[in-house]
Design a protein around this ligand. Structure first.
Ligand code: THG
Length: 264
């Protein structure tokens, strides 16, 4: 599972304040902790600061990479902010995300074309949010084919089928899960990724629902996740579910995690 650490997001109070106050040490603590806990990418999101988003997103990338030797996932709907952050990023980042929304698609595709960047392809269009498997597959098809035609390699694409809240519609859980399965079958070598926490929006015991939903998604092939890597139960669930799904030869990862005390 490719882990994208979600905690550096300006919509979280402490992070929003640290960005505004340019408190590098506070950001670096959260970045370092997530990296140590196993994050492969550190997501950076300054989306609440509309006018200053390009400036703040670049500052976040630089601040994170002063202490973490690893890539960021540059999380913004704004191509201008993404471009600014790319200008200072060291190594190969992940772009979070391109979608089928026309302005976003048209502005981001030339930035991605022919590069080796990783990209999340979010199943969203100008017609709004997808609800069914078919809605998601239609958008995924157009996004993936567009990226392939622009010489983005299939193994660098992470399709995000878009998690919608269970409290809104009884079908939203399985429509997402079945979309993961079909996308993984349809495009050989592709990845899927998502932010899980929307599933539990409006309900109590959210971590419990998120952890359970993660296990369900792993059985259908989900292999990327925007999560809190400091959530020990979530991380233990991921390890156990991947082992049980046959993705862990000789149960080596499971045994290693056990010996490291990850299940205590
Ligand atoms: N898809 C893609 N990108 C995304 C999302 C997605 N980026 C933003 C969001 N959704 C994922 N990121 C977050 C970041 C923080 C939180 C939720 C989603 C969050 N954190 C808890 C808090 O603030 O209290 C802390 C986490 C915890 O304790 O478990 O709520 O869907 N492509």
């Amino acid at each position: 599972m490719i882990i994208i650490g979600e905690l550096i997001n300006a919509s979280r109070k402490a992070i929003g304040a640290a960005i505004e106050g340019q408190d590098a040490a506070a950001i670096q603590k959260v970045a370092g902790d997530q990296h140590t806990a196993g994050a492969d990418f550190i997501d950076v999101n300054a989306g609440i600061f509309v006018d200053k988003e390009p400036e703040y997103l670049s500052w976040l990338v630089q601040t994170v990479q002063q202490v973490v030797e690893g890539p960021c996932a540059i999380d913004s709907p704004n191509p201008k902010a993404i471009e600014a952050a790319l200008g200072v990023h060291q190594g190969i980042p992940m772009i979070n995300s391109i979608s089928l929304e026309k302005e976003r698609y048209d502005n981001l595709m030339p930035i991605l074309a022919g590069t080796d960047m990783k990209v999340i392809a979010l199943c969203m269009s100008d017609e709004g949010m997808p609800e069914t498997v078919e809605d998601r597959l239609k958008i995924a098809d157009k996004l993936v084919n567009g990226l392939l035609q622009n010489n983005v390699k299939v193994e660098n694409i992470f399709v995000d089928p878009l998690v919608q809240p269970m409290s809104v519609n009884n079908d939203f859980g399985m429509e997402f899960i079945n979309a993961v399965e079909q996308i993984m079958q349809k495009f050989e070598g592709i990845h899927t990724a998502c932010g899980l926490s929307n599933i539990s929006y409006g309900l109590p015991a959210r971590p419990f629902l998120n952890q359970t939903f993660m296990v369900m998604a792993i059985t259908k092939g989900l292999d990327g996740a925007i999560v809190n890597p400091l959530d020990k139960k979530m991380m233990a669930n991921i390890t156990a579910a991947e082992t049980l799904a046959g993705k862990d030869n000789f149960c080596m990862n499971f045994l290693q995690a056990y010996r490291a005390g990850k299940f205590e």
